[in-house]
Design a protein around this ligand. Structure first.
Ligand code: ZN
Length: 443
């Protein structure tokens, strides 16, 4: 088994006693749990690890994938043959990928009590959501985006297409990766996250990992890094993985920000109602406060940004929250998808695209959009991809579950989702904030 190129995401700082114990165990006995989980993953075609501790799941998945790549030989990845010729393009491009954020928990309607800050920013965004994710696991959704997979031939394209970094560099952008889910120490020890290989990393000019803050502050540290990079002297392409709202949700926000309750932690029990309260708190902190802080502190005037989440979330106690392979709950594919630009012409194009893609916008439309933003010609892009976010997709909304690399089986599992349906749980609609503990401003 090739552990040298495996990945792990240990939270930046460990405060919970349970998590401490897991990490402590892992430091002393790293191989045994990884082997057990790898066996579970193998038995379930690459998606069986989601119910297991967060830090082991990507490790086991990558261990399995790395083992397969080593024994079968990694396919050759193409060089970029296209040229970025467009004269007018954003100086900076940001792909902001959230973690476990479900579309219907991010409310853009004015005055709503759940996510009022992002609602106040609604006129800055063009909203494509609710949208469908590429996969229902972090590793697969991020691989689809970073490895520029095409919906036309997923398994082949994800293995052989140039990476998003290769396209960005050829187009003249400095390439920056910000990973708010991993510490540098863990990455040095075990590789990196989300199937990122040594070869992929060669095309990243600067990779940031977040070691110096608590887990519930990692996304705000990400903003500091982003602000610095956007203010640099060269045009920059940034791919950022947020810490977001991964299960267990109470680790994603400070205890003082528990305005919905009782939470899983405060009640001391894991029920659908307590999970929903905890999840509302996590989204309020890591999406709603995050966006307020981002727009307050970073100069985004020369930047185009695509914001989405890697996958959605299911709220059934005793079942996986995401990353299931067979018959997944549609909520695991239900993600927000928004575009931001200060350029009125580009914004108008996004608005036309959003109207045309209502109820069917997909992660698979993001890469062709970003390639066009980088300056590649629509004709070249159309030779490899279906419609970008600028035109109506002809595909029904579907997300994959399980392996997409052809490592575990020859066929990809596709799951349909009806984006016009109402998926919000009744308990989530009944939650009222405890205003006594709600602070007026963020971090
Ligand atoms: Zn994820």
């Amino acid at each position: 088994m090739a552990f040298g190129v495996t990945s792990i995401s240990i939270p930046p700082a460990v405060t919970g006693a349970r998590l401490s114990r897991w990490v402590g165990r892992m430091a002393w006995l790293p191989l045994l749990p990884i082997l057990i989980i790898a066996a579970v993953v193998y038995a379930k075609d690459g998606g069986g690890s989601s119910g297991l501790p967060k830090q082991f799941a990507p490790l086991a998945l990558s261990a399995m994938a790395a083992e397969r790549i080593v024994t079968q030989g990694a396919p050759e990845r193409r060089a970029v043959t296209w040229n970025a010729t467009a004269q007018v393009r954003p100086r900076n491009i940001v792909m902001m990928i959230d973690e476990s954020v479900r579309a219907d928990f991010v409310d853009l309607s004015p005055g709503n009590s759940y996510t009022p800050n992002i609602a106040a920013l609604a006129d800055r965004f063009v909203d494509f959501g609710p949208a469908v994710s590429g996969g229902d696991c972090s590793v697969y959704s991020n691989a689809i985006l970073r490895l520029t997979a095409s919906r036309r031939d997923l398994a082949h394209s994800v293995n052989t297409n140039p990476t998003i970094w290769q396209y960005a560099k050829k187009a003249g952008y400095r390439t920056v990766y910000i990973d708010a889910q991993s510490t540098a120490k863990a990455v040095v020890l075990l590789g990196s996250t989300n199937f990122m290989t040594v070869r992929e990393k060669r095309d990243i000019d600067k990779a940031y990992f977040i070691d110096d803050v608590q887990m519930d502050r990692a996304d705000f540290r990400l903003i500091d890094i982003l602000r610095g990079e956007l203010a640099g002297s060269r045009p920059v392409f940034i791919y950022a993985n947020k810490n977001g709202a991964h299960f267990p949700y109470d680790w994603s926000y400070p205890a003082s920000e528990a305005v919905y309750g009782p939470t899983v932690t405060s009640a001391g029990k894991d029920t659908v109602a307590t999970r929903l309260a905890s999840y509302r708190n996590a989204v309020r902190w890591s999406v709603d406060h995050f966006m307020k802080k981002l727009f307050e502190s970073a100069d985004l005037s020369n930047t185009a940004m695509i914001y989405t989440s890697d996958h959605g979330q299911a709220m059934k106690v005793g079942k996986s929250t995401h990353c299931t392979i067979y018959d997944p709950d549609p909520r695991v594919g239900l993600v927000p998808l928004m575009a931001y630009t200060a350029d009125p012409t580009l914004r108008a194009r996004f608005a036309i695209g959003a109207a045309a893609n209502r109820g069917k916008a997909s992660h698979f439309q993001i890469v062709p959009t970003v390639l066009e933003l980088m300056g590649y010609s629509p004709a070249d892009i159309a030779s490899e991809y279906d419609e970008s976010l600028f035109a109506a997709t002809s595909r029904p909304p579907q997300f994959t579950s399980g392996d997409i690399f052809g490592l575990f089986s020859d066929s990809v599992h596709w799951n349909s989702i009806d984006l016009s349906l109402h998926y919000l749980e009744p308990d989530a609609q009944r939650l009222q904030p405890n205003m006594a503990s709600a602070k007026a401003d963020g971090p």
